[in-house]
Design a protein around this ligand. Structure first.
Ligand SMILES: NC(=O)c1ccc[n+]([C@@H]2O[C@H](COP(=O)([O-])OP(=O)(O)OC[C@H]3O[C@@H](n4cnc5c(N)ncnc54)[C@H](OP(=O)(O)O)[C@@H]3O)[C@@H](O)[C@H]2O)c1
Length: 332
């Protein structure tokens, strides 16, 4: 029998603007799929803010329910791998982009998108991480895989108070790295120190406008969440043989550079994508985040909001004002 639930609803208006409201939906409205999940928690990512404000680079067709993250319990399953009651995590692929997402109380998705909740994480903790935390872990794993070690030197994290940035700071610090956090929020230095950053600097200090093709070698590794000139500056200031993991574009999608950091210093630019990672890699990363990379401070890194409180959080995200992670809780 169909169930009804609340969902965030983003609709185009006759004047071309987009309006958000909470509407009552039915599981009959959801797309076809093998697994129906009652969503307990979702989380807010920058991409959700784009989808919720009518960005057609993320969501082509409206009306739409965003939410690229969901964690909850299976209600119906057409495959043997999942049974009603199983606790699961769904992030990435098309969820929340053109498939109704976690800002609704139920999702229906292909079984190939679903990961069983690892024993070491609660559903809430999984969403305290969400796509942002998962991507931060991918960035850190890429640096580790490319030889950046704690003793290699300073690692820079940009957009440090954001979702990806804050988890990257905490993870790198847990793994013993010397972390320098760059932020635009001068009042959040304490937050970043508490997450484990040794140095906290104003983002203008890593936004070089000298025009020099190479800068003083400083970073052994970089996790960049902002793109644009800050990413270009970080690459130009990366030490010989160092690596830069690039995952975001909140500042800009452009990247103006010469080849000199690559051909004179052997700097490696590592592209990070969380959307189309294979389900096996996804499972392995969740196990890592639930085990050896589990963050003690996970509960403190995230705030909980209801669907009704989400609007203000979306606006804050669009303005670059988010701090840490935002969990979205669905009423039972
Ligand atoms: N590749 C992937 O698969 C993947 C996955 C997840 C996220 N992402 C991308 O990663 C980025 C961060 O996502 P998120 O969810 O962490 O976003 P978020 O929570 O909204 O945080 C973004 C942070 O970036 C900084 N920032 C904002 N505007 C800026 C500007 N104009 N210049 C420099 N810094 C600015 C701010 O931190 P400070 O004030 O501390 O500087 C802000 O809190 C987004 O571009 C997102 O699309 C990509």
């Amino acid at each position: 029998m169909a169930a009804t639930f609340d969902a965030l609803w983003v609709e185009e208006q006759p004047d071309g603007s987009f309006a958000r409201s909470i509407v009552r939906r039915s599981t009959d409205d959801l797309p076809a799929g093998e697994v129906l999940v009652r969503v307990h928690y979702s989380s807010l990512n920058y991409k959700d803010a784009l989808s919720a404000s009518g960005n057609r680079g993320v969501t082509r067709k409206y009306p739409h329910t965003p939410g690229i993250d969901a964690a909850g319990a299976v209600v119906e399953s057409a495959v043997d791998a999942f049974r009603p009651g199983d606790e699961v995590i769904v992030i990435g692929y098309d969820l929340g982009m053109n498939t109704a997402g976690g800002f609704g109380g139920y999702i229906r998705v292909p079984a190939g998108w679903v990961v069983a909740r690892p024993a070491g994480l609660t559903l809430r903790e999984a969403m305290a991480l969400g796509t942002a935390g998962f991507t931060a872990a991918q960035c850190v794993a890429a640096l580790v895989d490319h030889g950046v070690q704690p003793e290699s030197g300073e690692v820079l994290v940009t957009g440090a108070t954001g979702g990806v940035g804050s988890v990257a700071v905490a993870l790198l610090s847990k793994l013993g790295y010397t972390v320098t956090a760059a932020t635009g929020k001068l009042d959040e230095f304490d937050f970043l120190h508490e997450l484990g950053a040794l140095n906290v600097i104003d983002r203008s200090a890593v936004d070089d406008t000298s025009g020099k093709v190479l800068l003083r070698e400083r970073w052994a590794g970089v996790v960049d969440t902002v793109g644009g000139n800050i990413l270009a500056s970080a690459i130009r200031a990366t030490r010989y043989g160092g690596s830069v993991a690039a995952c975001g574009m909140v500042a800009s999608g452009a990247l103006e550079l010469t080849v000199f950091p690559f051909i004179l210093r052997g700097v490696k630019l590592l592209g990070i994508d969380s959307v189309n990672v294979s389900i096996d890699e996804r499972r392995a990363m969740w196990e890592r985040l639930a085990g050896p990379w589990k963050l003690a401070a996970l509960d403190r890194m995230a705030r909980e909001v209801s669907l009704g409180e989400l609007d203000a959080e979306i606006e804050a995200s669009l303005l670059g004002q988010q701090r840490g992670r935002v969990i979205v809780t669905h009423a039972a």
